[in-house]
Design a protein around this ligand. Sequence first.
Ligand code: SF4
Length: 326
Amino acid sequence: MDFVKPRVVISKCLGFEPCYYSGQMFNIDFIDKLGKYVDYYPVCPELEIGLGVPRQTIRIVRNKNDNKDLRLFQPKTEKDLTEKMNNFSEDFLKQFDALDGFIFKERSPSCGPQNVKIYSDIQGQVIHQDGVGFFAQKANQLFPFTAVEGDGRLNNLQLREHFLTKLFTFASFRKINETNRMKNLVKFHSDNKYLLMAYDQEVLNEMGRIVANHEKLNSEKVYNLYRNKLIEIFKEKPNYKSILNVLNHIFGYFKNELISDEKEFFLNIIDKYRENKVPLSVPIHLLNAWIIEYEVDYLKDQSFIEPFPNELVDLTDSGKNNDRLR
Ligand code: SF4
């Protein structure tokens, strides 16, 4: 399958420069491997606003006069870095016409995509831990149609596959969106049908109605409506039952071709997948072999079979953040 190369902004300390406040750099195999399939744009917002390496730590602090207003401070020097960081983030991000994803260093008051500590005041205590770094927040505002993940969560198999699926689907949508042609949107919807079904059947149906365009809207409006639904459908990783449903749907294409031993073998594998004994790639590989053997052209183009380059399939898993292994 041909993939559009996603455009990804990434925290520079994740293998590009030892720019962490302590002078560290973090080498992560997956990020390294992914580099062959995406265009990375590394950035260290703290370096860019003039903080050196090593440097005193900075923190997000609640404004005493306004509970909702958060400021970025360096407690040791008592410098308020809020405006500098906001201005840099906006200027840096605005140079991009389009981006497909962000990979951020977790827990950083600049880059952290979630679970960042918020302090009561410059020298005070942690009041909660569900903040977002200043740069990451600007990225979310300016590029809501992107796959965003933190370095630690990418160690989890389900979250990593969800991130990759989203990233490569968004990149492919960006490409057809540039053409603004309805024909390309119809093809995109058709090629992604089973993948989207694995995420949410109801939203898939709504997307189908958008593409059918009975209201005869112009293509720009149709693309915008469709994009909003793509964001919605990828909000959560797919649930286990929907994936089983899609596997059975695709299996249905071969019911008349397969002998009973083959059918039994497949159903056995599905049971093992349900019991968490084999990863999703096992039943998918089997289905793919039949798609090739029986030349089912419609299924050959289905992104569910290969939502991101196969070379990125990696079964290592931290075991953290799991509700159920795929
Ligand atoms: S987390 Fe962000 S700001 Fe901190 S060192 Fe890494 S790239 Fe720089």
